[in-house]
Design a protein around this ligand. Structure first.
Ligand code: PLP
Length: 394
């Protein structure tokens, strides 16, 4: 029997970019010691307090069908958090609870794009983006963000591709680059969205991981609340990746249509997971800061180690749990460097090429192992880069 083109064409042709990750995992499965700096998964589990809340909720009977748009208490708590942090009036009617940010990204594009509509996104990108847009029936159109611009997208380049587009997807703090979009970049993006009548899908799942300054949600910019769908998640902020819980914040009319979509697709999120998320959010910034602290520390370690050399260039790392390293001075592609680093030193990092075309010659390093092992791996990487740049190490 035939599988629909919608699914067979989901990830486009060729490699899905995760070959190196799979190779490292296979080595680990064979019992080899590999330092894995690949995926965005914390090196801690979900906080025992959150698990206790989950357990109490489930044992208390919240195991049946839960309210599809989200429990009233959780929607209200998310709305309160968003309003307090962004200054934009937000109520439960602005919030849909979803099974993670990924499901929210898909739903947001179902809401904004008709089949065949152009949906803009920025390259380098979180690996699922083009497939998610295709899955929603849209035509993904990449807008380049360049290393020489510190991976800040240029509003004029977005505008140049906006003809016939319905939506623009951005992500700040950014995966894979670790870049936080500047207020000027966001103001320029908002201007293009208003001028071109675009929906802005703003993926803010790393909003609690900002190392300098504050997170700025573009929904708070003039005229943007009515055209922005914010993607949120408990995965990164509360180390709840496996719980699959996130949200969309947007205009009430869009949220009520999205709730209808949820009724016909996911049928919501388990009640005991929602109660655990509610408990976690009620802890406020204390818990969020504790969960972000290891990445903040490791970024400082990296800044110290990378100073005083110019072979490995760090893209200014403003947020998220990743560092983007420009290794073009070695003469190697990101893929060749990452392959060789894994083979010779048992250190796994993601080639920039896994995230589109614009991060070629770069590496994404996830800061997801304990401090000493992280420092050692980064030192080895730098030493290897120096060898590659100065002689024929490969
Ligand atoms: N958006 C970005 C930029 C991500 O990096 C991720 C996960 O790594 C997601 C969305 C999806 O997160 P989740 O579905 O776990 O909430």
């Amino acid at each position: 029997m035939q599988i629909s083109k919608r699914l067979t064409g989901l990830t486009g042709g060729g490699s899905d970019g995760w070959g190196l990750f799979a190779k490292a995992r296979a080595m680990v499965a064979r019992g080899e010691a590999v330092t894995e700096l690949t995926i965005g998964e914390h090196d801690i589990g979900t906080d025992p307090e959150i698990l206790a809340a989950m357990d109490a909720s489930a044992r208390g009977g919240h195991t049946g069908y839960a309210a599809v748009p989200g429990t009233p208490a959780l929607r209200a708590e998310i709305a309160r958090r968003v309003a307090a942090r962004t200054g934009v009036p937000t109520g439960p009617e602005n919030v849909l609870v979803t099974p993670g940010g990924q499901a929210a990204l898909f739903a947001a594009h179902m809401a904004t794009c008709a089949p065949g509509d152009r949906a803009l996104f920025i390259d380098p990108y979180y690996a699922t983006y083009p497939g998610t847009l295709r899955g929603a029936g849209a035509e993904p159109v990449a807008v380049p963000a360049r290393s020489r611009d510190q991976f800040q997208p240029r509003p004029a380049e977005i505008d140049a591709r906006a003809e016939g587009a319905r939506s623009l997807l951005i992500n700040t703090p950014n995966n894979p680059t670790g870049v936080v979009y500047s207020p000027e970049t966001l103001a320029g993006i908002a201007e293009v969205c208003r001028a071109r009548d675009l929906w802005l899908v703003s993926d803010e799942v790393y909003d609690t991981q900002v190392w300098e300054g504050r997170h700025l949600s573009p929904r708070s910019l003039p005229g943007m609340a009515e055209r922005t769908l914010v993607i949120g998640s408990m995965s990164k902020s509360h180390a709840m990746t496996g719980s699959r819980i996130g949200w969309i914040v947007g205009p009430p009319d869009a949220i009520s249509h999205l709730a209808n979509l949820a009724t016909h697709t996911t049928y919501g999120v388990p009640g005991f997971i929602q109660d655990a998320a509610l408990h976690a959010l009620r802890q406020g910034t204390r818990l969020e800061e504790a969960i972000a602290a290891p990445f903040r520390r490791r970024r400082e370690i990296a800044l110290g180690l990378l100073a005083g050399q110019d072979i490995v260039r760090l893209i200014p790392a403003g947020g998220a749990m990743y560092l983007m390293l420009d290794i073009r001075a070695t003469g190697l592609s990101g893929e060749a460097f990452a392959e060789a680093l894994l083979e010779r030193h048992r250190i796994a990092v993601m080639p920039g090429e896994s995230f589109g075309t614009c991060a070629a010659g770069h590496l994404r390093v996830a800061m997801t192992v304990e401090d000493a092992a992280f420092a050692e791996a980064l030192s080895t990487l730098m030493e290897f880069a120096r060898e590659c740049a100065t002689c024929d190490a490969i």
